[in-house]
Design a protein around this ligand. Structure first.
Ligand SMILES: [Zn+2]
Length: 289
């Protein structure tokens, strides 16, 4: 293996400067999930991968589990929360009940999977337009139904973005989430809810339920990675596994690498935006006092 002293030095400098606390946090485990680091290779020659320096810096700090510079002087969140979870940004990943980008991030991540399915040749029907449950048109158990281009099988995907820093959701007796565990638990909760739904109601069509869990770092849980691979396989069989010249870059030359990068970039970017949004709102609330 080639040693990369430059990168290692920079990493150790960050640990020294900011006290990166990788030994006690679930974030590095989440950051080792498939896809979570793909955004690091994204090149700004592809317009989708452009982001301001501030947000990019926050994305890097979140990945390194270092304090986010923008949050340095924040004393209290708009909701009243204080403590180091503000400087590290954890509080705004998903926990704050007042300032949240949870819906924005969920919808953006769904958009990535939806667009990827469409590019692969699936027909995709989305939540807003569908009446999937007989007798209960308001129930939307899926974010979208993707119909396989060749087999005609309906895959009902239901996405959840899980936060491994949310210790309140830990199983009894655990001190932190293991790798991919936050996503797996969120998927389990979705499955249970879906089980209750199909025991109560009848579905209009037979649907293969696909709950998929992504973590706030951009890492794909087991089910999210499996569904991703299913789409890639379908695209390869249908010969639609291509990307347009505007999506192509040196670091993502194939259908699967482009979409993995785009999902990872989208989720990591919105987590950083959520932290910046929390900081702005906290500073504004504090200024009024
Ligand atoms: Zn808050």
């Amino acid at each position: 293996m080639t040693r990369r002293p430059g990168v290692l030095n920079a990493y150790h400098w960050l640990i020294y400067q900011f006290g990166v606390k990788y030994w006690s946090s679930p974030l590095p485990l989440s950051c080792s999930l498939p896809g979570s680091g793909h955004w690091l290779h994204a090149l700004p020659t592809v317009h989708l991968f452009r982001v301001s320096s501030d947000i990019y810096r926050a994305m890097l700090c979140i990945r390194l589990d270092a304090p986010v510079p923008a949050a340095e002087h924040v004393k209290a969140c708009e909701c009243g929360m204080t403590g180091p979870s503000l400087q590290y940004g954890y509080h705004w990943y998903s926990q704050c009940h007042k300032v949240t980008y949870n819906t924005v991030r969920h919808n953006a991540a769904c958009g990535c999977y939806r667009d990827m399915c469409k590019k692969a040749g699936f027909h995709v029907q989305e939540g807003e337009t569908a009446h999937w449950v007989i007798g209960a048109p308001d129930l939307r158990p899926y974010d979208g139904i993707a119909t396989h281009p060749q087999t005609g099988e309906r895959l009902g995907f239901d996405l959840v973005v899980a936060d491994p820093t949310r210790h309140g959701r830990l199983p009894t007796g655990s001190q932190y989430f293991k790798r991919g565990q936050a996503a797996a638990l969120a998927v389990h909760r979705k499955k249970c809810a879906y089980g209750r739904l199909v025991r109560t109601y009848q579905l209009r069509h037979a649907v293969d339920y696909k709950p998929i869990g992504i973590e706030v770092t951009g890492g794909l849980g087991k089910k999210a990675a499996e569904f991703f691979n299913d789409i890639v396989k379908a695209a390869q069989q249908a010969k639609t596994a291509t990307i347009s010249p505007s999506e192509w870059s040196w670091s993502a030359q194939s259908f699967s690498s482009f979409w993995m990068m785009w999902i990872s970039f989208t989720v990591a970017k919105i987590t950083a935006l959520a932290v910046h949004h929390g900081v702005r709102r906290a500073l504004a609330a504090h200024a009024e006092l």
